[in-house]
Design a protein around this ligand. Structure first.
Ligand SMILES: Nc1ncnc2c1ncn2[C@@H]1O[C@H](COP(=O)(O)OP(=O)(O)OP(=O)(O)O)[C@@H](O)[C@H]1O
Length: 336
């Protein structure tokens, strides 16, 4: 039995020419963290609303622990009691304090249980001193932290979060996201979250789902997503990448022993290195150098035929230099 099973979900909004979500199927294990990434309008938020039963699918189904999640047409109150969705807009109760917003979902619990959970979440989401304030008295980042605490409060079977850390400043973001996600891990929470921070997706999720035009392009563990993207779109989403025409690449570099399975190749800049004359695979001429803080990005051409980007920590490389380049051949990856 799969914990969460999504089958062939599709949704087209009445006033839109294209479907927002098309034929999406996947399963999620209990306790798993899945990050959803993709360009604006690719259907990520719509998918979360469909999973939560907030909007009616045109086709397909959602099963949580083998029970169907009903859409609004079958439910008096849209949504699911065991699924919490943290919206991008937060949706706090405006006339209630931070404390009341967080404990709302716990209203049927004993006062002691409410206080215990409240105090725990106040610490995890760094809300000390804000307990009695109204939403109108909070900053955007504070709003988001209250909404986070509220979504976590009753330990739902499934937690869905739409860009949960987007309003936090850089200093706070790292601290809160680690505290919150560590806490959720300890509690065995199952989590699906949307993020535009690709570093977060790579480092925090068990699997990453890439969406484009309402469909799943790739769903896999972070290492595979980064090193073995299925196509150019997935490759570019996760940072700098070299995309070559396979035939051109092998011809220009003289690299042999690799049988092309598709017409293009993706190679991350860190999989090339600059080396001594006798240890390299091919020569290149440096065109430009960009300082990246912890490394340099060197742009070089090979026989004036292809341009490559190389990540290096080597200093004293200048435009016009001829360099010897080594490639980790196991990182050559063919894409569509
Ligand atoms: N309530 C709605 N009514 C009509 N069209 C909608 C509605 N909500 C979303 N859409 C459309 O559906 C498509 C998918 O939108 P959705 O918000 O799911 O994408 P997203 O990937 O979450 O985008 P973003 O990254 O910008 O938040 C878009 O074309 C959007 O304009």
């Amino acid at each position: 039995m799969s914990f969460l099973k999504i089958s062939n979900l599709s949704k087209k909004y009445a006033n839109q020419p294209e479907s927002a979500v098309t034929n999406v199927s996947f399963e999620c294990n209990e306790g798993e963290f899945i990050a959803i990434v993709g360009e604006n309008g690719s259907g990520k938020s719509t998918l979360l609303k469909l999973i939560n039963g907030l909007i009616e699918p045109d086709q397909g189904s959602v099963f949580l622990e083998n029970k169907k999640v009903k859409g609004p047409s079958e439910n008096l109150v849209p949504g699911h009691p065991d699924i919490n969705l943290l919206f991008q807009e937060f949706n706090l109760f405006p006339k209630h304090t931070v404390k009341e917003n967080i404990t709302y979902q716990l209203r049927y619990f004993s006062k002691d249980a409410q206080d215990e959970r409240l105090n725990e979440l106040i610490k995890v989401c760094k809300l000390e001193g804000l307990e009695n304030k109204l939403p109108s008295e909070l900053s955007g980042g504070q709003h988001q932290r209250v909404a986070l605490a509220r979504a976590m409060s009753d330990r739902p079977k499934l937690l869905l979060m739409d860009e949960p850390f987007s309003n936090l400043d850089v200093m706070l973001k790292d601290q809160i996201k680690i505290q919150v996600l560590d806490h959720l891990r300890k509690e065995g929470q199952t989590l699906i979250f949307i993020t535009h921070d690709l570093g977060d997706a790579l480092s925090l999720a068990d699997r990453i789902m890439i969406m484009r035009a309402g469909q799943i392009v790739q769903l896999d563990v972070p290492e595979k997503i980064y090193e073995k993207p299925v196509d150019e779109y997935s490759a570019y989403l996760f940072g700098k990448v070299n995309i070559f025409d396979a035939e051109n690449f092998f011809q220009s570099t003289g690299i042999t022993g690799c049988k092309p399975t598709k017409s293009k190749i993706s190679i991350r800049p860190e999989h090339f290195s600059i080396t001594k004359d006798d240890k390299g695979d091919f020569k290149a001429t440096v065109e430009r150098i960009y300082y990246r803080g912890d490394s340099y990005e060197v742009v070089a051409t090979v026989k004036n035929e292809i341009t490559i980007r190389i990540n290096t920590r080597k200093k004293n490389i200048f435009p016009g230099n001829e360099i010897m380049v080594k490639l980790i051949k196991s990182k050559i990856h063919f894409v569509d």
